[in-house]
Ligand binder design. Structure first.
Ligand code: NAP
Ligand code: GCO
Length: 267
């Protein structure tokens, strides 16, 4: 058998959280194309319906669920329902995430907690819900969507950076604790990707010029551009497939080179 077959996801069941659109949608679509049966959730029926329609438009039959990933009861119920209706989850992608861009000394503790809840507590809650069946089945893949902010800080994103830094360590800990059961837990650290989450950073200025943050990010990226959601598909399929069975506890940065680069000298 050719090693190429190891990249196939034929016969696998994948759950991608918060995947009605954006990065999660691109990853789940890639999994479907690679042969997996895909499940996704979002926080309300409207978003799930939009997601289902978007998958259908691509010829993909997806299973959509309404579930708030910060609510442990809802998550346990969703995972039980998926196991009953679709099968044991082989691949989990903790993708759902939020950001609040507020200077730290102006941020309320409630806002800080909300970001930590969605971006760090939820991956713990969903991973905890799927691991027991993965252990019984004898394998499993968990992929946590990390960030440049798992490594770097910047103004206004203290809660997000704290959560994504924590998610990097949760990734390493799941690897450490459950690697013995043939469960691989890795992270993907996207660079700056064109999605609704980053749209405010790319908005044109009233005079039609580019947003200063847009220029700043392109200058910090050797690729000199924002990345597309589709560019995360190959890495996400690799980490979900048997081809990566010896890769565990790793964060794969898909950042167009940002972390390797000291930045352009001012002209
Ligand atoms: P996005 O466009 O905002 O999509 C995030 C998805 O998660 C949305 O569908 C959102 O639903 C959902 N969600 C939020 N809270 C949820 C909850 N409690 N329960 C269930 N679903 C929930 O974001 P994205 O840019 O695709 O980002 C996806 C992931 O990649 C996030 O973890 C993000 O931090 C990370 N990331 C993004 C970038 C980037 O440049 N875009 C870079 C690095 C990492 P709503 O529409 O209701 O909010
Ligand atoms: C920001 C951005 C980032 C990206 C991404 C980078 O305000 O700096 O939103 O945090 O979304 O996570 O990898």
């Amino acid at each position: 058998m050719s090693f190429v077959n190891k990249f196939s996801l034929e016969g696998k069941v994948a759950l991608v959280t918060g995947a009605s659109y954006g990065i999660g949608f691109a990853i789940a679509s890639a999994y479907a194309e690679a042969g997996a049966t895909i499940c996704f959730n979002d926080i309300n029926q409207d978003l799930v319906n939009k997601g289902l329609a978007a998958y259908e438009e691509k010829g993909i039959k997806a299973n959509g669920y309404v579930c708030d990933v910060t609510d442990e009861e809802q998550v346990q119920a969703m995972v039980a329902q998926i196991e009953k209706e679709v099968g044991v989850i082989d691949i989990l992608v903790n993708n759902a995430g939020i950001i609040k861009r507020i200077p730290m000394i102006e941020m309320s503790a409630a806002d800080f907690r909300k970001v930590i809840d969605v971006d760090l507590n939820a991956p713990f809650i969903v991973s905890k819900a799927v691991i027991p069946s993965m252990i019984k089945k004898g394998h499993g893949k968990i992929i946590n969507i990390c960030s440049m902010m798992s490594e770097l800080g910047r103004e206004t994103v203290s809660a997000y950076a704290a959560a994504k830094g924590g998610l990097k360590m949760l990734t390493r800990n799941i690897c450490s604790e459950y690697g013995q059961y043939n469960i691989q837990c890795n992270g993907i650290g996207p660079g700056y990707i064109e999605t609704p989450q980053t749209a405010p950073l790319r908005e044109l200025q009233p005079d039609g010029s580019r947003h200063p943050f847009d220029l700043f990010i392109c200058a910090k990226t050797p690729a000199n551009r924002w990345l597309k959601t589709e560019e995360l598909q190959g890495p996400a399929v690799f980490l979900a497939s048997d081809a990566s069975d010896a890769v565990n506890g790793h964060i794969l940065y898909v950042d167009g080179g940002i972390l390797a680069y000291i930045g352009k000298q001012p002209s």
